[in-house]
Design a protein around this ligand. Structure first.
Ligand SMILES: CCCCCCCCCCCCCCCCC/C=C/C(=O)SCCNC(=O)CCNC(=O)[C@H](O)C(C)(C)COP(=O)(O)OP(=O)(O)OC[C@H]1O[C@@H](n2cnc3c(N)ncnc32)[C@H](O)[C@@H]1OP(=O)(O)O
Ligand SMILES: Cc1cc2nc3c(=O)[nH]c(=O)nc-3n(C[C@H](O)[C@H](O)[C@H](O)COP(=O)(O)OP(=O)(O)OC[C@H]3O[C@@H](n4cnc5c(N)ncnc54)[C@H](O)[C@@H]3O)c2cc1C
Length: 572
């Protein structure tokens, strides 16, 4: 995805062609339809956008207003934007780049609505790139970041497309207008599940980029006096700098390993689904939604911690950190806004908890929910043992899921409708879902460092990083672990002191750990994070290239400052 994210230059962007449009054809088109469009997309003989979100709806897909009404007399679908709020709004590449789009629209046939389905619509001429008849296109204007991408808008005025342009791998409409049900109505959402899964790797890469920049710069930057009269130390020698950066570095590794698991799970579950076994879809949706939400949120915060750890130069675009933050911030909203996605995971957890209460043995990422004992067994735990740390996170998550679910049951017993009970417990539900995903990331990190085929010296470093990540999580959320006495105050103190020891242990390997991400300077695009460490010379060169330095006295002096100064001097 990193390569795909490199836009081809200002004003156009084919990121979404690669990460959303083409995968939608791969996942939702019939074999016949793939023969017609997939190679064209793969060879970039056509450029596409994934047009789902509208001005009035992004999260609530079932509320989308664009319509696709089947006309059996001509065997065509009529694509229409009935209201202003139905205008497609945000899709990457839609404004100026794409000449095709997969359009998510409410399917109507024989007077009945069958919900959102994907349709292939040509939106610009292949001859002169002008919008097709009935199609109005444009860019939505400047954004927080990624302004090289033309996120656009589109309106459709009764645009006719052949019946065969409905992506019909799952659901179908026959020539006479008969609708054929898909195995699951959620299969139309399958590309979103796929893309959320890829966001976990994007988050890992973004956090890896930010920690590479900040760790390298923290070895170049010398500042202040640790001891009077001694030379200024590298700022990475300050424990506070290590406390800022090393948990983010550990999280980058944790998320990188979590994305490996996500990719493997997606492949295996979608493989089973190809054979008609839909049993894994709910788990895949819950895991991808939760991991996407959790990793992108931690990454966006973590990048800003890295930026602040680099002082003033971190605030300069020369560092590359503001752009990284802007991109990572987008990942928190795009492909399913984080709160809504974490609530989807919470919905799955509540369902699994109820099944476990009814005696069902749970499997997969929720298996621990039925295995964890409700009664805490306090005692002096070995807070440097990975098994102990994993068990603590699983106990915390199980307790919080149980608490949220029981709260909801209590609200319903008081007579509240399920939906009202859900809403009044949704903050608890979000926290429980976050604890669940956090416990998955810790467990997966621990299992990966224990099994990955590496030299034992590397395993030792990765184990320290996993301990650091876990201990940081426990100390940052100490209340959750203390609440039922599962951990004691002494355990938390032990975790804090062990965390300090881990900071010191990781320090000698910090540069090697970021170099291991192998992010070329051309990808990092950061003067502070240069592999050769020659920050200051290149910072000066970078600044001299600023457009403001094209002339010694800027034209604004003559237009504004000079007359202003003159008039002020005249009053003296
Ligand atoms: C090396 C250097 C690299 C540096 C990296 C730099 C990083 C920075 C990158 C910068 C680039 C930034 C931009 C990147 C590109 C952005 C691309 C974005 C594209 C988009 O945004 S596309 C549009 C995305 N939109 C969404 O995701 C919409 C979200 N909403 C929904 O998915 C649904 O509306 C919903 C899930 C919230 C609700 O759906 P619905 O109402 O239908 O369902 P219910 O909540 O009622 O649940 C009913 C049951 O259905 C199940 N369900 C729901 N969804 C799914 C699913 N997808 N799969 C399976 N099952 C699903 C629920 O679980 C329910 O089941 P139950 O059994 O009844 O409980
Ligand atoms: C950089 C970028 C690129 C994008 N690219 C594309 C693209 O290529 N194609 C495309 O189709 N779309 C794209 N999008 C749009 C994106 O998918 C939507 O912005 C996203 O789905 C959120 O929907 P929304 O904007 O309507 O926000 P809303 O859903 O209106 O969210 C606003 C607030 O309401 C809250 N909220 C909403 N529903 C609930 C609920 N049920 N419970 C609790 N709180 C709720 C949310 O948590 C959020 O805080 C892109 C967006 C961005 C920022």
């Amino acid at each position: 995805m990193a390569a795909a994210l490199q836009t081809l230059g200002g004003g156009i962007g084919i990121t979404l062609h690669w990460i959303a449009f083409t995968p939608t054809i791969e996942q939702q088109a019939t074999e016949e339809q793939k023969k017609k469009w997939l190679k064209l997309a793969q060879d970039v003989a056509i450029v596409g956008a994934y047009a789902q979100t509208e001005m009035g709806h992004g999260t609530f897909v079932r509320g989308l207003e664009t319509t696709a009404t089947y006309d059996p007399s001509t065997q065509e679908f009529v694509i229409n934007s009935p209201t202003l709020t139905s205008t497609k709004w945000w899709p990457g590449g839609l404004g100026k780049t794409a000449n095709h789009a997969t359009v998510m629209a409410q399917l109507y046939t024989r007077g009945k609505c069958y919900g959102p389905h994907n349709f292939m619509v040509q939106i610009r001429s292949l001859e002169n790139h002008q919008p097709c008849p009935g199609v109005t296109l444009g860019d939505i204007g400047p954004k927080m970041e990624s302004n090289g991408n033309d996120n656009g808008f589109a309106r459709f005025d009764h645009v006719r497309i052949p019946r065969e342009n409905m992506l019909m791998k799952f659901a179908r409409v026959e020539a006479d207008g008969t609708y054929v049900q898909p195995p699951s109505s959620k299969l139309a959402y399958s590309n979103m599940v796929y893309l959320r899964g890829t966001f976990v790797m994007s988050a890992a890469q973004a956090l890896a980029s930010a920690t590479t920049i900040a760790v390298r710069y923290s070895c170049v930057r010398r500042q202040s006096e640790m001891k009077p009269g001694e030379p200024e130390p590298q700022i990475l020698e300050y424990q506070t700098q290590q406390y800022k950066l090393f948990p983010q570095l550990a999280a980058a590794y944790a998320f990188w390993f979590a994305s490996w698991f996500m990719t493997q799970q997606h492949g295996s579950i979608t493989g089973s689904m190809e054979k008609g076994d839909m049993s894994g879809l709910a788990e895949l949706h819950a895991l991808s939604a939760g991991l996407k939400s959790y990793t992108t949120a931690v990454t966006a915060r973590g990048i800003d911690v890295c930026r602040m750890a680099c002082g003033g130069h971190g605030y300069s675009h020369a560092s590359g950190l503001p752009a990284l933050f802007g991109g990572a911030a987008a990942l928190c909203t795009a492909e399913g806004e984080n709160t809504v996605m974490m609530l989807q995971t919470a919905r799955y957890l509540v369902k699994c908890f109820a099944q476990s209460q009814a005696g069902k043995r749970l499997t997969g990422t929720v298996a621990y929910l039925s295995a964890v004992q409700p009664s805490p067994v306090a005692g002096n735990r070995n807070m440097s043992d990975l098994g102990t740390l994993v068990a603590a996170f699983q106990h915390r998550a199980a307790r919080m899921v149980r608490h949220a679910a029981m709260q909801m049951q209590g609200e319903m017993q008081k007579g509240k409708a399920r939906e009202d009970a859900w809403n009044s417990c949704s903050v608890l539900l979000i926290k429980a879902a976050e604890a669940h995903v956090h416990s998955f990331v810790v467990r997966n990190f621990a299992e990966t460092v224990q099994t990955v085929e590496v030299d034992e010296s590397v395993r030792a470093v990765l184990t320290s990083l996993c301990q650091l990540y876990s201990l940081y999580g426990i100390t940052e959320h100490a209340g959750d672990f203390l609440k039922d006495g599962y951990l004691t105050g002494r355990d938390i103190d032990a975790a804090s002191s062990h965390l300090s020891a881990m900071l010191a242990r990781v320090r000698p390997d910090a540069v090697a750990l970021v170099d291991a991400f192998d992010l070329h300077d051309k990808i990092l695009r950061s003067v502070l994070g240069r592999y050769d460490g020659r920050v200051y010379e290149h910072l000066y060169e970078w600044a001299k290239k600023s457009p403001l330095n094209k002339s010694e006295v800027h034209e604004s002096y003559y237009k504004y400052l000079q007359p202003f100064l003159k008039s002020n001097r005249a009053k003296l």
